[in-house]
Design a protein. Structure first.
Length: 77
């Protein structure tokens, strides 16, 4: 990941966050999976997706991985 960020001259943190948003994490489907799965594509307006995308641009926001964990905790409770 560091090499990719270096190749395009961006800091590592947004590259890592973008990777999480696109590919997802365990229990949180990324944008690629959401687009490829008809039932998940309807959730593209999900608040958590919007927050994850925003976190790729602002280091002060929670990372997509932490957002996914918080979303999983909300579902479990």
């Amino acid at each position: 990941m560091g090499a990719l960020a270096g190749d395009v001259s961006i800091p590592g943190w947004p590259a890592r966050r973008l990777t999480h948003v696109l590919l997802g994490t365990c229990g949180w489907p990324g944008l690629i999976e959401r687009l490829a799965t008809p039932t998940l594509s309807q959730t593209m307006t999900d608040v958590d997706v919007a927050a994850a995308v925003a976190a790729t641009r602002d280091a002060r926001l929670l990372s997509p991985e932490l957002l996914a964990g918080a979303q999983a905790l909300r579902r479990a409770s």
